[in-house]
Ligand binder design. Structure first.
Ligand SMILES: [Zn+2]
Length: 136
């Protein structure tokens, strides 16, 4: 099954200060607005763990026991982790939605607190936030 990505705001990809590539707002995104839905191929959690990719969220595990491989995703796959994020992710069934936590200005990098979901706290965090937890 393939989930089609949806973007309600213009997003561009550029080099991130946090990690590799990032997703950046190209226009104002007001607080609490839905930014979009992460698109990708639905795969098993077993396959997702075997892929064991990098810190970029190419693979997101879903609450329903499956995972989504967003490797070919255009919009939101480069949203990096931050301990002081400006977006949050909500997962209902196969949908992974991103919402703005605060007003986001053009040029700001989109970040999300992914917690310890896919690295079990073994990966050093480089987000640079004042309240950085140090790992994810
Ligand atoms: Zn951090």
């Amino acid at each position: 099954m393939y989930i089609k990505s949806i973007l309600h705001f213009k997003i561009i990809h550029a080099k991130s200060r946090i990690h590799g590539k990032g997703s950046f707002a190209k226009e104002n995104i007001p607080a609490r607005k839905r930014i979009g839905i992460l698109g990708g191929q639905i795969i098993s959690k077993f396959k997702a763990r075997k892929m064991a990719v990098t810190k970029s969220i190419a693979v997101v595990e879903l609450w329903n026991g499956w995972a989504i491989d967003a490797s070919d995703e255009k919009g939101l796959r480069y949203v990096n982790h931050s301990c002081d994020p400006n977006t949050f992710m909500r997962n209902i069934n196969y949908l992974v939605e991103f919402y703005a936590l605060k007003d986001i200005a053009p040029g700001e990098e989109l970040t999300c607190d992914y917690g310890t979901t896919h690295h079990d706290g073994k990966l050093a965090c480089t987000c640079g936030a004042v309240n950085c937890k140090g790992s994810l």
